[in-house]
Write a protein that binds this ligand. Structure first.
Ligand SMILES: *Cc1c(COP(=O)(O)O)cnc(C)c1O
Length: 293
């Protein structure tokens, strides 16, 4: 079958042990979704799944998507599209810099045609005129939006969230947030008893609330805006120190853009007594480790 090439590996759930957690009487479980596919690593597998099914159903030969030069979505799309035999165009924000960084070198190696557009043009990427230009340039394609977020991505992640309900009991679920597609899917796939807590990786991310509400009308979720460490792909010594110490203590790798910020935020909230005593928090490790696995 078509999706067989998109092999999904079942991933473990590990419990984090720490004196702080004992004192707070909170259980932290971590769903190691970064191990779900050797190349896709994480939430992008679920976001791409039904988009790839739909592209095949429509008989599309070519996919086109968007991203920055370090985009995990570009990497994941290149990996899966190549395995499934699609041609692939990546519209990349900004100018070409050589040598290509590891993300773009990988994408190119997987056959992605890289097409660079100015930041100004990139901002127009959802406008009909711009999309018409792309059709003139590249012919017919199946469009996957930036970050892979659309209805079909939300459907895929909801399926993942639903499978978690069958696997274990928990009170809270936490995950990092970029475009909001993954958290929207998690909210959709869980029951209303759970509380979902998202950690945006970018600064000034309040606009995400509206974005998320386009996919769900549930209210059992909250975004924590104070853990962006300066903004998207920005970092501080406090964050890198925390990341090193966490990896040493728990032997679970983090990525500096998404999962490290979330984990820092979770431990900070535990310290503040945010989580009810006796409760269980399930953390979704969304990946972002393709350079390290
Ligand atoms: C892309 C990505 C996210 C953000 O997902 P959204 O659906 O855009 O919110 C979170 N974590 C990792 C590791 C990612 O690569």
């Amino acid at each position: 079958m078509f999706l067989k090439a998109l092999t999904y590996n079942q991933t473990p759930i590990l419990e984090l042990k720490d004196s702080l957690l004992q004192e707070a009487n909170v259980r932290l479980l971590i769903k190691c979704e970064y191990l779900n596919h050797p190349l896709v690593s994480g939430n992008k597998w679920w976001k791409l799944k039904y988009n790839l099914v739909e592209a095949a159903r429509l008989g599309k030969k070519r996919l086109l998507t968007f991203g920055g030069a370090y985009s995990n979505h570009i990497y994941a799309t290149a990996a899966t599209a190549n395995e499934l035999g699609f041609e692939l165009v990546g519209i990349i924000r900004g100018e070409e810099t050589l040598p290509l960084n590891s993300t773009l070198a990988f994408a190119k190696g997987k056959g992605m045609q890289l097409h660079y557009v100015t930041r100004e043009d990139y901002r127009k990427k959802t406008e009909p005129d711009f999309q018409k230009k792309l059709t003139d340039l590249f012919g017919d394609f199946y469009l996957i939006p930036e970050g892979g977020t659309n209805e079909l991505a939300v459907k895929g992640v909801a399926e993942f969230a639903n499978s978690l309900l069958r696997e274990l009991k928990f009170d809270y679920l936490s995950l990092p947030v970029g475009t909001g597609g993954t958290i929207a899917g998690i909210i959709s796939g869980l029951d209303a008893e759970k509380k979902i807590i998202g950690f945006p990786a970018l600064k000034g991310a309040q606009f995400l609330e509206r974005e998320i509400r386009t996919y769900t009308d549930k209210e059992n979720w909250q975004l924590m805006y104070d853990y962006h460490f300066g903004g998207y792909a920005k970092s501080t010594k406090e964050l890198t120190d925390f990341m090193e110490q966490f990896e040493r203590a728990h032997n679970i790798p983090l990525d500096p853009i998404y999962t490290a910020k979330m984990m820092f935020g979770i431990f900070d909230l535990v310290k503040q007594g945010f989580f009810k005593r006796g409760s269980t928090l399930l953390i979704v490790h969304t990946g972002g480790l393709q350079d390290r696995l």
